[in-house]
Design a protein around this ligand. Structure first.
Ligand SMILES: Cc1cc2nc3c(=O)[nH]c(=O)nc-3n(C[C@H](O)[C@H](O)[C@H](O)COP(=O)(O)O)c2cc1C
Length: 305
């Protein structure tokens, strides 16, 4: 239903989430057709909001985006940042976009220079507009730039993997190993353990393998998030492409993601909230390496029906 009230002498339809200026509404029905939960309806030529919208509306903002006369507001969100899409706004061509996708690399050699505040903010902006399951928008971005903390995180991960290797080596401690490592990280943890001996030699020579000496972006969200890993991965995907355009390099860090989940002492270094799960980790930095061509890729495995 929504409540019909007068605000500044204007007839307004509203509930706790939505507010509509009825005087400017042209009754075009665009919001009715667009709402995925069908929360708007006409009755006798008057626009109404279903009572269930107080619960069901996921504030996706499609009604705001699709309204030709801009009469719908979502109360929880500031209106100032809404961008009007004009005919002059350019989007990349297909070829430009696919080249960007193809030219992105997992960068594992970074300069010592830090990433600027401005570039960090631009990366996060690219992540913020990725879609999220049920429009949850619950991702928290933790940026680690402090060189001392970055080193501490790497050291703590090494220390924990060395301990885990000791547990793994001892068949009588297999239950302990299995209780420490969630099933989904078993494969990656075992890969780390197999490579650990050589990694330790590299670390002794001053190399760094967990984050390739990059700064860190850790995407995490409350456990209750509808599609936690998908949300974090999609945001990370946007960020990786934005980084490529901005002249930055990124590397997905599956091992680091596992480490934040398996080892409390690593999670504690970034004050990871107790009810949060890390969905993605990225190394970020200024690339020290230049790529001359795209790497080979398998052809796509596709089923057409
Ligand atoms: C989910 C995920 C986890 C990854 N984890 C790591 C990692 O821990 N360390 C690393 O160096 N690279 C990691 N990578 C990078 C992959 O090795 C890389 O994407 C792949 O070799 C293809 O290279 P490209 O990204 O340059 O196209 C990861 C990639 C993904 C998508």
């Amino acid at each position: 239903m929504g409540e019909k009230i007068k605000m500044n002498n204007v007839n307004v339809l509203r509930n706790t989430k939505i507010e509509i200026n009825l005087e400017k509404c042209t009754k075009c029905g665009a919001c009715i057709a667009e709402c995925p939960l069908r929360l708007y309806y006409f009755r006798e030529d008057v626009l109404f909001i279903r009572r269930s919208s107080e619960m069901l509306c996921m504030e996706c903002g499609h009604c705001v985006a699709v309204c030709p006369v801009n009469v719908i507001n979502l109360q929880r969100f500031p209106t100032e940042e809404i961008k009007v899409i004009s005919k002059d706004d350019k989007v990349p061509t297909y070829n430009e976009l696919v080249d960007l996708i193809k030219f992105r690399r997992s960068v594992r050699q970074f300069k010592k220079e830090p990433v600027s505040d401005d570039l960090w903010k631009k990366l996060i902006e690219a992540g913020r507009f990725a879609p999220t399951g049920h429009n949850d928008q619950l991702i928290h971005y933790t940026v680690v730039r402090d060189p001392a903390l970055l080193d501490k995180i790497s050291e703590e991960i090494t220390k924990n993997f060395v301990n885990l290797a000791e547990i793994y080596k001892n068949p009588s401690r297999r239950d302990e190993f299995n209780s420490l490592v969630p099933k989904k990280y078993l494969k990656i943890a075992k890969i780390a353990l197999i490579g650990l001996k050589d990694m330790l030699k590299g670390i002794a020579r001053g190399e760094e393998f967990w984050r390739w000496n990059g700064e860190l972006l850790i995407l995490h969200a409350p456990k209750k998030t509808t599609s936690l890993e998908q949300d974090c991965s999609l945001a990370a995907g946007n960020i990786m492409l934005a980084a490529t355009i901005l002249g930055l390099g990124t590397c997905s860090l599956g091992l680091m993601t596992a480490a934040f989940t398996i080892f409390d002492s690593v999670a504690n270094l970034i004050n990871l909230p107790k009810k949060h799960v890390v969905g993605y980790a990225l190394a970020v930095g200024i690339p020290k390496v230049k790529y001359y061509r795209t790497p080979p890729r398998q052809t796509a495995k596709v089923s057409w029906f």
